[in-house]
Design a protein around this ligand. Structure first.
Ligand code: 3PG
Length: 208
C-alpha cells in the first residue's frame, strides 16, 4: 500500500472525476495516466462511481485510483471494496478518523481553517485536502497557514485551474493540486480521449 505522501507525489495535479457512464472510466483513466497524471480521484457522487473505481483498479495498472467525496465510514468501506487506493473527503469527522485508523488504505481528509488543520494534526494526519481552495482563501490563505503550521502538506482543490495552479504549486506547503479541469464534461461525453490526454500533459508539465 502506498502512503498518501507517495500518491500525492505521483504528479502535480490529481484529476477530480465525476463519472456518469462507467464505460468512460477506463479510457478516461488511461488518457490521464498517459498524459502524466496517474493519481486520479473518482468522486462517489454518482451511481456509476463504485463500478468506475472497480474498472480502473482492475484494468488500468498505470493509474492509482482513489475515491473522493467520502462522507461516512460506509462510503469509506464501499470505496475500499471497489479497489480505491486512497480515500479523499471534503472535510472530516471523528467517525471518518476511526474508519481511516482501521483501514490500510490511506486517507486525505479535508480542512479549510487553522482549527481544522490542528484537529487533524492531533489525529496524526500530515497531508490534507484544502477545500474549497478558492472560496476558502486560495493561495493567500495557504501561505498564511504555512507560517504557524509548516509541517502540514496540502492538496488544494476547488477553483484550481491551469492558470492559477502554478501559484499554489510554488508554496512550500503544497504537495500537489486537485481539479476537474483536466477532464471537462464535454470532452468525456464526446469520448475525446486525445483532448483529455493533452490537457493532462499540460497539467503534468506544471511540475512541483
Ligand atoms: C471536488 O469536487 O473535489 C472539487 O470541487 C473539484 O473542484 P473544481 O471542479 O473546481 O476543480
Amino acid at each position: 500500500m502506498q502512503t498518501i505522501s507517495a500518491i500525492l507525489a505521483l504528479g502535480p495535479v490529481v484529476p477530480v472525476l465525476t463519472i456518469d457512464d462507467v464505460e468512460t472510466a477506463v479510457p478516461l483513466a488511461r488518457a490521464l495516466a498517459k498524459g502524466g497524471l496517474p493519481a486520479i480521484e473518482v468522486t462517489l457522487r454518482t451511481a456509476a462511481s463504485p463500478d468506475a473505481i472497480r474498472a480502473i483498479a482492475a484494468e488500468v495498472p498505470e493509474a492509482t485510483v482513489g475515491a473522493g467525496t467520502i462522507l461516512t465510514p460506509k462510503h469509506y468501506e464501499a470505496a475500499v471494496d471497489a479497489g480505491a487506493r486512497f480515500i479523499v473527503s471534503p472535510g472530516c469527522t471523528p467517525d471518518l478518523v476511526r474508519a481511516a485508523t482501521e483501514s490500510e488504505v490511506p486517507f486525505l481528509p479535508g480542512a479549510a481553517t487553522a482549527s481544522e488543520v490542528m484537529t487533524l494534526m492531533g489525529a496524526n494526519f500530515t497531508h490534507m485536502k484544502f477545500f474549497p481552495a478558492g472560496p476558502a482563501g486560495g493561495v493567500k490563505m495557504l501561505a498564511a497557514l504555512a507560517a504557524p503550521l509548516p509541517a502540514v502538506r496540502f492538496c488544494p482543490t476547488g477553483g484550481v485551474t491551469l492558470e492559477n495552479a502554478p501559484d499554489y504549486l510554488a508554496l512550500p506547503n503544497v504537495a500537489c493540486v486537485g481539479g476537474s479541469w483536466v477532464a471537462p464534461a464535454d470532452a468525456v461525453k464526446a469520448r475525446d480521449w486525445g483532448r483529455i490526454e493533452e490537457l493532462a500533459r499540460a497539467a503534468a508539465a506544471l511540475r512541483k
